[in-house]
Design a protein around this ligand. Structure first.
Ligand code: ASP
Ligand code: MG
Length: 471
């Protein structure tokens, strides 16, 4: 059998008939290279959000609101299908789409009557997005002379019963893939499967968490020992920083898994690396590629990054943060102080991004949110509390800062004209973060970018693109 490549297409890569057409072309290109693609698709762009909104509306008893959303979704899917397949195929596909939406509406009516949305029903409703897109795309591929076959993700991705964030059962998945995917792939057929969804052993529909299609792709890649996993999205891969802020941002050609993970946490939205862990464990390279610019080589995520001349690979910013300062001299030397503080955040289910402590004070950063007054009120039972919004975290990531001297001096020299409120260099040793005013972010990112990417290593960064844009 020729080498398997898992190709995952995100929502924007299948958002309409034109995008699905491009996707078919990209898959054909891989076949032309003698590879056997296994295709994982997301729901069409925004569909998952809308299905969730419909489920929530129905759960609140807003039946009309829920049905209005599904009416729009029904039209969008019918129109897209109609643009993709012949009238003959449409007769059957259209009928199937109608039937699916009828049963979805049944569920929503029931929900509205009961007025309670359970996680199990929520999964059943949101799974529709991938169930629809995958079937439709498999048909569209066949109409474009690709020997495609639809594979039901619910038969392959076996999970536990934690709805909304189900945990895949690797051994069972491997078995199922041998049964439901491998025979077709060995025969040279292109399997098309919906991402994000799965089912328990008993067949109850589950989902893997938002953005879960990447996870599906990694499970497939890992389970089938694929040669590579391609994540097709709408950007040219991971960049040295946000190109909207810094026009001379460069594409990072190769990055380590650990670096990508740090970046994702701090807001680089390309993919969530925790979801590609099954691939990394098996040393399968993951590529992030742009379906609107398929010639571009994208970013390759591998377990161990090669050495790079510049200490950092990328600069990310997390904006709209609030800093909370907790000062309690009476707590000096007492234990249980930090626990008491974190218990407050736990109680309000408020995630903390960065922490820095001194003997008498603790500073924490959180996403600016409307629970802050309540959180501050609870904290003020323990200590003096101040909080201040409009802050941002800049996070600089690179394996090559490990053990190098003078890096921090260069960073803070580059941003010497602004006030740095908090600094942290985590245990990962590959990430240096600090907090500044949100208003300063863009200018300081440009300053840091000039300092560290002025003479980029051509092995790691795409310097060609920069030359072209200058020309
Ligand atoms: N459609 C799902 C979501 O929007 C899964 C995915 O796209 O990865 O979260
Ligand atoms: Mg996505």
């Amino acid at each position: 059998m020729s080498q398997l490549v898992v190709m995952k297409f995100g929502g924007t890569s299948v958002e309409d008939a034109a995008a699905i057409n491009r996707t078919a072309g990209i898959v054909r290109g891989r076949l032309g290279k003698g590879l056997t693609p296994i295709v994982v698709v997301s729901a069409m762009a925004k569909v998952t959000d809308q299905l969730l909104a419909a489920a929530n509306a129905a759960g609140r008893g807003d039946r009309a609101g829920a049905l209005a959303i599904t009416a729009r979704l029904r039209n969008r899917h019918l129109e897209t299908a109609c643009a993709l397949v012949s009238a003959q195929v449409m007769a059957e596909l259209g009928q199937w789409i109608e039937t699916e939406f009828c049963s979805l509406d049944e569920v929503l009516r029931g929900l509205a009557a009961v007025g309670e949305l359970t996680p199990r029903i929520s999964d059943m409703v949101v799974s529709m997005g991938e169930r629809l897109s995958s079937r439709m795309i498999a048909q569209a591929f066949r109409q474009r002379d690709l020997d495609a076959i639809y594979v039901d993700a619910r038969q392959c991705i076996v999970t536990d019963g934690q709805h909304g964030k189900a945990v895949p059962q690797d051994a069972l998945i491997e078995q199922r893939l041998k049964q439901h995917v491998l025979p077709y792939a060995s025969a040279g057929q292109v399997c098309v499967m919906g991402g994000f969804i799965g089912a328990t052993e008993k067949g109850v529909i589950t989902t893997l968490g938002r953005g879960g299609s990447d996870f599906t792709a990694a499970l497939l890649g890992g389970g089938l020992d694929a040669g590579a996993i391609e994540i097709w999205t709408d950007v040219n891969g991971i960049m040295t920083t946000d190109p909207r802020i810094c026009p001379n941002a460069l594409r990072v050609k190769t990055i380590s898994f650990e670096e990508a993970a740090e970046l994702a946490y701090f807001g680089a939205k390309v993919l969530h690396p925790a979801t590609i862990l099954p691939a990394v464990k098996k040393n399968i390279p993951v590529l992030v590629l742009n379906s609107r610019n398929p010639q571009n080589e994208g970013t390759r995520i591998i377990s161990l990054a090669p050495h790079c001349r510049s200490p950092f690979k990328s600069i990310a910013a997390k904006r709209r943060l609030t800093i909370i300062d907790v000062v309690a001299s009476r707590m000096l030397m007492s234990h249980g102080y930090l626990k008491a503080i974190f218990d407050v955040f736990d109680k309000h289910k408020c995630p903390v991004d960065m922490v820095s402590t001194s003997e008498v004070s603790v500073s924490l950063t959180v996403d600016s949110n409307d629970k802050l007054p309540d959180i501050a009120a609870d904290l003020s039972q323990l200590a003096d509390v101040k909080y201040e919004g409009r802050k941002a975290l800049i996070c600089m990531v690179g394996e090559d800062i490990r053990g190098q001297n003078g890096i921090a001096a260069r960073v803070f020299q580059a941003i010497r004209h602004v006030n740095v409120r908090m600094i942290s260099q985590g245990a990962s040793e590959i990430n240096m973060s600090f907090m500044i005013e949100d208003d300063d972010v863009e200018e300081e990112i440009r300053a840091l970018h000039d300092e560290f990417f002025g003479d980029p290593d051509p092995e790691i960064f795409d310097v060609e693109a920069l030359k072209e844009s200058v020309r």
